[in-house]
Design a protein around this ligand. Sequence first.
Ligand code: IVH
Length: 698
Amino acid sequence: MKKPNRKLDFEQARAEHARLGAEIARHDELYYREDAPAISDAEYDALRRRYEALEKEFPELATGESLSEKVGAAPSEKFAKIRHKVPVLSLGNIFADVEVEEFVARIRRFLGLSPDAPLALTAEPKIDGLSCSLRYEEGRLVLAATRGDGYEGEDVTANVKTIGEIPHRLKGHPPSVLEVRGEVYMTRTDFAALNARQAEAGKPLFANPRNSAAGSLRQLDPAITAGRPLHFFAYAWGEVSQMPASTQMSMIEAFKHYGLPTNPLTKLCHSAAELLHHYHEIENQRAALPYDIDGVVYKVDSLALQDRLGFVSRAPRWAAAHKFPAEQATTILRDIEIQVGRTGAMTPVARLDPVTVGGVVVANATLHNEDEIKRLKVRIGDTVRIQRAGDVIPQIVEVLFDKRPEGTEEYKFPEHCPICGSDAVRETDPKTGRKDVVRRCTGTLICPAQAVERLKHFVSRNAFDIEGLGEKQIDQFYREGLIRRPADIFTLAERDKRSTEKLVAREGYGETSVRNLFAAIDARREIPLNRFIFALGIRHVGETNARRLARHFGTFEALRATARAAKEGTDARAEIDNIEGLGEVVAEAIADFFAEKHNEDELDALLQHVTPLPMEEVAATSPVSGKTVVFTGSLEHMTREEAKAQAERLGAKVAASVSSKTDLVVAGPGAGSKLAKARELGIKTIDEAEWLKLASGE
Ligand code: IVH
């Protein structure tokens, strides 16, 4: 073969190289960020091979900016998972100024502080980026992880190491283990410049700085992250071998001494009024700040008090995010679509003419329920004002009646399920006699919409969380009859082996993605009990209640046995009812779920393939872990709420009433019938002082 004319061919090669680069980047985007591959893996591999071959022949093309290093990274590669030693928290929200007062009052109440006792809190901007946990050992950065679901994140160490602002070595004398938490973000200017570059290269644009920061950090190729200007603010911590300070403010100071970037707008305040003042101060500076913020975070300054306050679910009682007011826009309501959820709830969704609200294009808004449509008096064709606050689903605030076109009609909420045609009813609560605000499809077992939604819930992030099996895939597999119930997920690979219509042959699937999907499914054949319970989608059993049930029962068999026996008025029913935080309504929902033959059948089928792992003992070192404790009478050193929280933190279950299942009763002055019952049953009884000793591990 004739040797190619290098000079001339180089120009052609460069053009092709650039075109391929953009194309590969687009497919990476679709695959990784959107979970919506547009070509098969084989086609993708072909693009990559051609790209590589060009670079081999013309090494000049392999510049730092090129995708060359990415060639080694097959699309199957994902980040390794990292378990957070201390879970990453979320924050409760405050939306109105008056709630700040309530937030502070709640803290005082919990701690039993009088209104004039001093109480300091910090106020700092809430950065709109993505949270990241940096682990330093002996001052050296050894690990960086994204937040993930709060318990498990992704290993992004190599990428984080490319962020100039984050020190690889800390200055001064940091504790030997220090997990620093904070926000990775991109400035607005850098975001605009990045998007301009993306546009020029024909690559997809990012919606906002937050997305661009996330997209930049979650690159499989650190070289790409290195080319993106990312920043960091340290504001919290995870595991720390020895605390260098005893207040929030001085912890942040310590971070600063170690060479970590901290936010200069962090301020120590001494009252709700002062917090609010700083909030408005920050709000006034918002537009001038180089980065996006979406509110102000308040935190109790004393770490000892933070400790006493503890958590509700995953949000600390000692902190809150005060969000900036929602952004609004007006647009036209084109249609109202009814979505049917997994419990049959029919939710009206507004289809809107797309409009930009606070930098994000909005085309849908929730209308909540039938009554909300009546309250708004909204009709299809109306001009409406919509608003969007942070990550909350956009809402319709009001109708601009003077803009109502002629010929519109009052909206009539359907009385049948739009999917399965079953009657849709609003149940009346037998106790209150009130009508439920939600209209529900009654076709629980026959309604495809409910079945699909149950499956989506089953695979969702806090449930089975199966990589490569998201909402889109569930929709597709359900439609094609491949997955109709949870157990089907676990027989997919086996059936595919025997099938003539293999997954690999499908649009959007290639050998690698099918292999990865089956591996991800296999990885979930064993699953933590709380996730398993949550995945079942029992009414009123969300993540928190699932965790409570898992902790109480320890194994799925134990839960199932009790739930099956839990007819009204039985001991089994009372046991569930008595679990702290559950109560009557939840106990009834659980009993109803297990009383349904269909659910039992599905469970049996599922348990053929899946093993829920017994709950690990929490705080196994505590003398009360796994024990059931009842508090009665008055307490002098802490409020009852604090005592309960403390017991739970030590791994104990707190019950409201004394029964043969009670292990310990803490009785203060004025204890009456519960104490008497405890004595009668021969249950160990101690006073508050003894409890405090026990709790402090003495
Ligand atoms: S504190 C209590 N401080 O907001 C410890 N979070 O809505 C929990 N965030 O996951 C976090 N700026 O990603 C804290 N100054 C700040 C923050 C902040 C942004 C994010 C963080 C967190 C989320 C909770």
